[in-house]
Design a binder for this molecule. Structure first.
Ligand code: ADP
Ligand code: MN
Ligand code: MN
Ligand code: MN
Length: 346
């Protein structure tokens, strides 16, 4: 038997954006534990905005498991928060009721800022560094500093070793701003991995005395870019059948559901989706081939393949809840009779 360090990780009850929480318990297993072998656990919900003072126990239900490469015999356990009965999802549990479909694929592009001493990493104590331009995909100390690349590389290795589908990294447009991409088949699988990648990044940065600023427009109304979490998506029907007529129906459904999408695409998005800096205004739906100023960008490959493949919704922001984003995309897709192949989660 081996003693494993199980890190139970969950989302707390803070609004509009939950925080990641985690605590460790040690359990013995003969080999790396399977999801079914992991017990329910509890925590004090009154300390996480998930319960009143009296009767404050909440239940943690393991829903995904990954090796924790940063710890000897470590296990990362993604959990849903349940009511004390262990079966009723807690009000803060955004995952339990979302739409899922293993043939719906999601690629999230998570942007964020490194922050130190209350400002983006590499910003001078007062004022601003040289304007945006050389930082995106940049190289060299004056563009990316001395520590950011070390962190993103370590984060990449941690994700890959944990079995998370990390697909790439790039330095972003603002100084101190970076992006990683996560791909997953099924909304729960993809979204669990985004949360776990966020967790690993925040935990990694502790030793560097650096924080992650997830807000979508941390530098306010300036010429500094905000942070998005573009959602690339495709269903089996989009990849295998597609067609222009279906595509146009799909875009009409997205236009009709504009408000439902914006409602779950992350807080303060009106500060970011202004129409400037490669964004479309939040209150006007648009799409366009290779158009990075549109709500939905249609890749060249999509058109060239007979309107088949994936689309990129550029509106979700860096603080968006990936469970709700993916679910809303599937909900809108399911409204188009042709190609509606979305099953509700159990
Ligand atoms: P951008 O040019 O917008 O910066 P990225 O390379 O950062 O593009 O991200 C593209 C994303 O699209 C990746 O996360 C990738 O996994 C995702 N993707 C690629 N093919 C598909 C597909 N068929 N369905 C869903 N997502 C996909
Ligand atoms: Mn990208
Ligand atoms: Mn980007
Ligand atoms: Mn993108």
């Amino acid at each position: 038997m081996t003693k494993y360090k199980l890190e139970y990780i969950w989302l707390d009850g803070y609004t509009p954006v939950p925080n990641l929480r985690g605590k460790t318990q040690i359990k013995e297993f003969s080999e790396f534990p399977k999801l079914e072998e992991l017990p329910l656990w509890g925590f004090d919900g009154s300390s996480t905005m998930q319960a009143e003072g009296r009767s404050s126990d909440c239940v943690l239900k393991p829903v995904a498991v990954y090796p924790d490469p940063a710890r000897t015999n470590g296990v990362l356990v993604m959990c849903e928060v349940m009511m004390p009965d262990g079966v009723t999802p807690h009000a803060s549990n955004a995952r339990a009721t979302i739409l899922d479909d293993e043939n719906a694929w999601f690629g999230f592009e998570q942007e964020y800022f490194f922050y130190k001493n209350g400002r983006p990493l590499g910003f001078p104590e007062s004022g601003y560094p040289a304007p945006q331009g050389p930082y995106y995909t940049g190289v060299g100390f004056s563009n990316v500093g001395s520590i950011a690349r070390q962190i993103v590389e370590e984060h990449l290795d941690l994700c890959l070793a944990a079995g998370i589908n990390h697909e790439g990294i790039n330095a972003e447009v603002a100084k101190g701003q970076w992006e990683f991409q996560i791909f997953g088949k099924g909304s729960k699988k993809a979204a669990d991995q985004i949360w776990m990648a966020r967790y690993l990044l925040q935990r990694l940065c502790e030793k560097y005395e650096i924080d992650i600023e997830w807000h979508c427009k941390p530098l306010g109304d300036t010429d500094w870019n905000g942070s998005g979490m573009h959602c690339n998506f495709s269903t089996a029907y989009m990849r295998e059948v597609g067609g222009k007529e279906y595509f146009e129906q799909l875009m009409a459904a997205f236009e009709k559901n504009l408000e439902a999408h914006i409602a779950v695409y992350g807080p303060d998005n009106h500060l970011r989706l202004t129409g400037k800096h490669e964004t479309a205004p939040w209150n006007k739906f648009s799409y366009g081939v290779a158009d990075r100023g549109a709500s939905i960008r249609v890749p060249h490959s999509f058109v060239n393949n007979g309107y088949k493949g994936y689309l990129e919704d550029r509106r979700p922001n860096s603080q968006g809840c990936p469970y709700q984003i993916a679910s809303q995309v599937l909900k809108t897709i399911s409204e188009v009779p042709l190609g509606a192949q979305v099953s509700a989660a159990a």
